[in-house]
Design a binder for this molecule. Sequence first.
Ligand SMILES: NC(=O)c1ccc[n+]([C@@H]2O[C@H](COP(=O)([O-])OP(=O)(O)OC[C@H]3O[C@@H](n4cnc5c(N)ncnc54)[C@H](OP(=O)(O)O)[C@@H]3O)[C@@H](O)[C@H]2O)c1
Length: 283
Amino acid sequence: MVGAALAGHFRDQGWQVQATTRRREQVDGAHPYLDLAVPNLDLPNLVLPGADMVILAAAVARIGDCEVDPATTQRINVTGTLAVANHMAGQGSHVMLLSSDKVFDGTLPLRDRYDNPSPACAYGRQKAAAEAGILALGDKGAILRLSKVLEPGLELLTGWARALALGKSITPFNDLYLAPVTVDLVARIAVHIADERAAGIYHCTGDEDRTYVELADILAASMGCDPALVQAISCEAAAMPAAARPRYTSLEMKVEQSRWGVAAPEFETTAKAILSRLADIKN
Ligand SMILES: NC(=O)c1ccc[n+]([C@@H]2O[C@H](COP(=O)([O-])OP(=O)(O)OC[C@H]3O[C@@H](n4cnc5c(N)ncnc54)[C@H](OP(=O)(O)O)[C@@H]3O)[C@@H](O)[C@H]2O)c1
């Protein structure tokens, strides 16, 4: 999701973009083959040589998948990712890793970028390990940590919109939190990092953590639906592991604000930007 959107944004900014794929049938001039799960990657023959900028967006990004199969996901999210990072940096590329708020344990809001990582799940531990490898690249490595990225095509949101449009109830969690951003905001910061070949740690999250119920309420309102169709439930009933439901996911964005004028967006701003496009489902 994020990689495809970034490719479009970078093209719009005049960058020539190649986007790797692990699907043989999708390989062409603009889509070189790369499967990060393959041990001992034959990198010189697989990856575009001499790119100015490499964005590492490919990953197994589901917390549950990383819990269930930590060995395979470690190979993709850490070993393969860092092999590409080191190879491309060695060829002169600047490298940007997309990372996550899950490098922290979720016990504090607006986490400082220089706090020591404290991951509470396999996915977070893998991201923290990948980050360490990127930081070791020095002035050639950047980390862009994201909280929940929303876009209208997300299955959860389209499912809600379809149900509400039919007058059916939806059951969002009242104890699952997000500090969402749009993919457009992620792209804005990623382009700044790329343009400046900025190194170090960068953040892109909303300004506070609110619940999925609040997101659903905004959707129902934007669709003019009966608010009673939003029926809050607890994620504990859904047997969601504790590490997948941290109380806080927000990260501080002081550097992004002072350097590029990009502030952490308010919950309503992000929600309305996404949900107004979803509301069209009703029309
Ligand atoms: N979305 C969020 O809310 C969010 C939040 C924080 C951080 N992030 C990070 O942002 C990045 C992008 O996330 P996303 O939401 O765009 O994830 P996504 O939609 O699941 O996309 C992940 C991509 O990685 C590719 N991939 C998976 N295994 C691979 C392998 N073995 N070799 C090569 N490519 C492989 C997938 O390929 P296929 O298309 O072939 O399956 C897919 O295109 C990830 O690093 C994620 O951890 C995302």
